[in-house]
Design a binder for this molecule. Sequence first.
Ligand SMILES: Nc1nc2c(ncn2[C@@H]2O[C@H](COP(=O)(O)OP(=O)(O)OP(=O)(O)O)[C@@H](O)[C@H]2O)c(=O)[nH]1
Ligand SMILES: [Zn+2]
Length: 201
Amino acid sequence: MSKLTEKRRVVIPVRAGDVMAEFISFDGDDSGKEHIGIFFEGTNSEKNDIPLVRLHSECLTGDVFGSGRCDCGEQLDEAIDRINQEGGYILYLRQEGRGIGLYSKLDAYALQDQGYDTYQANEMLHLPEDGRDFGIAAEMLKAVGVTQLRLLTNNPDKAKQLMEHGIDVAELVPTKVHMNQHNRQYLETKAKRKHHTLKFD
Ligand SMILES: Nc1nc2c(ncn2[C@@H]2O[C@H](COP(=O)(O)OP(=O)(O)OP(=O)(O)O)[C@@H](O)[C@H]2O)c(=O)[nH]1
Ligand SMILES: [Zn+2]
């Protein structure tokens, strides 16, 4: 039994009205974070029975402003495109800065400008390298009735944590590698330190 339940579903036409998405709120999360589920029905005529799902951790700089320091904005765009076609969910998790928050992420960026890598910078601030708990995502999935999925990610920890919380990850679907001159070291560090898959086309 999930401790979360669906609260409300509202249809929002996104991408200037080209894409219909259902935004889902939840009851039962006492953390005070407003995590959002976004459902896409899928436009492909032949659909896989298993939904495609992305767990996307909030990144204000990347998602809203298209920051080149990370790949979050491009990954979110890619996820909307693919999941709108194939059908499934984006879980937009309010875990800014891998859980440390926006102000601390800016502090970590300042340290990265002095030469520390993305994980060292968090440690220098006495914060966890990655403070995210994807258990809440598993609860959200159970609340919307999803217990088996294909996961759109390059981060093996997301799949591991979902499986530990009773979700069957039937397939890992890698995202494209959105690399530029500003985020190369960030991406390469994730691959080296946390075994993210960087699959070039
Ligand atoms: N602390 C910190 N957080 C960062 C930095 N760069 C990006 N982030 C955060 O990292 C998170 C990235 O989230 P995701 O794209 O969902 O996850 P991921 O672990 O990269 O895995 P993928 O599913 O492969 O994209 C966001 O919350 C960003 O705000 C950084 O240099 N320091
Ligand atoms: Zn980002």
